[in-house]
Ligand binder design. Structure first.
Ligand SMILES: Cc1cc2nc3c(=O)[nH]c(=O)nc-3n(C[C@H](O)[C@H](O)[C@H](O)COP(=O)(O)OP(=O)(O)OC[C@H]3O[C@@H](n4cnc5c(N)ncnc54)[C@H](O)[C@@H]3O)c2cc1C
Length: 357
């Protein structure tokens, strides 16, 4: 394999990302220490044949995704702990449907303020014990002392759960703003550092393409992400976003800040647009105005809504795959169908399926 170092502009960098699959090349960015938008970066390239024109990129986006799929696409799925028997049944039917797709891991959220501590534990432990899936537990700093959080983590480790999604957490219901527990971990970076002392966990953390609502600036938020990585996290999962360009711009800024761990896009298939849009707004995610137009008139028409959602989700992953992304995290909301369909389009087939590509 030929390797060399070259200087390229931000535009060429984006073009290369779009074309990684076609050029059969990969590259590492030599990050610049300053945070300026990428203008000239040094790429360590491995076998770049040629640079590409915009026309070629547009043509590549126009071709069916399945024609040029990278072979190593990986997914993970996120669930929330069920409150009732009925929700429990729904969750397990989703898990059973998605499990044969062999996700890299599946994770279970931790309710605001630690309100689902036991339910999260039960769900994660059951996934670990009753399936072949790798289960990951979300854990937050809210409402508990360091010792209390460490105990929860130790229980996970003892139950065979070795992957934690470490978060600061949102304030419990009814509270406007976050305030750390007097004896607790203040921020996610503190929690990551604490977890590394409890056991040798794999640790994922949150990242915000549109900047966390409480961050003093986009750069400060990126500094915070870097602190979480430096403390021991090995993967960032993004807050949901709808516009792939937001992700690519964030990825560029993270690379310029020296962040080299995978930044896995967190995607939410639209199941109920009103609900999804409200959730997105609460999470600081912008909802493009064309999405309101796309879903207007479909509130009472779930069948059409599902078809429209599927086409939107496919368009989104197509742009991400063409930009070089090969790992995705799906916020399933405990529903399997759309995530399953997207995986199918991404060439991910149930284990043992002879027709898998
Ligand atoms: C993939 C993913 C999964 C999630 N799962 C859950 C879940 O299961 N349960 C849940 O309750 N929430 C969950 N959340 C939401 C998350 O808890 C909120 O977004 C929360 O507001 C921030 O969490 P964080 O881990 O990003 O916090 P942090 O990384 O600690 O950052 C929080 C804010 O504080 C700022 N900050 C960090 N350190 C400092 C400091 N030392 N001084 C001042 N400011 C600082 C940051 O810039 C940021 O604005 C999830 C989010 C994502 C993206």
């Amino acid at each position: 394999m030929k390797s060399n170092a070259i200087h390229v502009s931000a535009k060429v960098l984006r073009n290369l990302r779009m074309r990684q699959d076609i050029l059969r090349c990969s590259f590492d960015i030599d990050a610049k220490p300053d945070r300026k938008p990428l203008s000239n970066v040094t790429l360590k390239t491995h076998f770049i044949e040629d640079f590409v024109s915009d026309a070629e990129i547009i043509e590549s986006l126009g071709s069916p995704l399945i024609e040029k799929l990278p072979p190593d696409i990986k997914v993970s799925f996120e669930f929330f702990p069920p409150k009732t028997e009925k929700m429990q049944t729904k969750l397990w039917s989703a898990i059973k449907r998605l499990a044969p797709l062999q996700p890299r891991f599946v994770s279970v959220t931790y309710g605001a303020g630690g309100s689902t501590r036991e339910r999260t534990h039960e769900t994660v432990a059951r996934i670990q014990n009753e399936t072949d899936l790798v289960a990951a537990a979300h854990l937050t700093c809210v409402g508990a002392s360091r010792g209390g959080v460490d105990d929860v983590a130790r229980r996970y480790w003892d139950a065979g759960i070795k992957h934690i999604v470490a978060l600061r957490g949102d304030p419990p219901g009814g509270e406007e703003s976050y305030s750390p527990h007097p004896d607790g971990y203040g921020y996610a970076s503190d929690l990551v550092a604490g977890l590394t002392k409890v056991a040798d966990f794999e640790i994922s953390v949150a990242a915000y393409p549109e900047t966390h609502a409480e961050a003093t600036s986009a750069d400060a938020d990126l500094d915070n992400l870097k602190r979480k990585i430096d403390a021991g996290a090995t993967r960032a999962i993004t807050q949901l976003f709808f516009d792939p360009d937001l992700y690519f711009r964030f990825q560029d800024r993270a690379a310029a800040a020296g962040i080299t761990v995978p930044i896995v896009p967190g995607l939410m298939p639209v199941t109920n647009f009103k609900q999804n849009a409200n959730f997105a707004k609460r999470s600081g995610t912008s909802v493009p105005s064309w999405m309101y137009e796309l879903f207007s008139g479909l509130d009472e028409d779930p069948g059409t809504r599902e078809l429209v959602s599927a086409s939107l989700a496919v368009e989104q992953v197509k742009r991400l795959v063409r930009g070089g992304v090969s790992e995705f995290h799906y916020y399933t909301l405990n529903r399997a169908d759309l995530s399953y369909a997207i995986c199918h389009v991404l060439g991910i087939r149930p284990e043992g399926d002879d027709e898998a590509i």
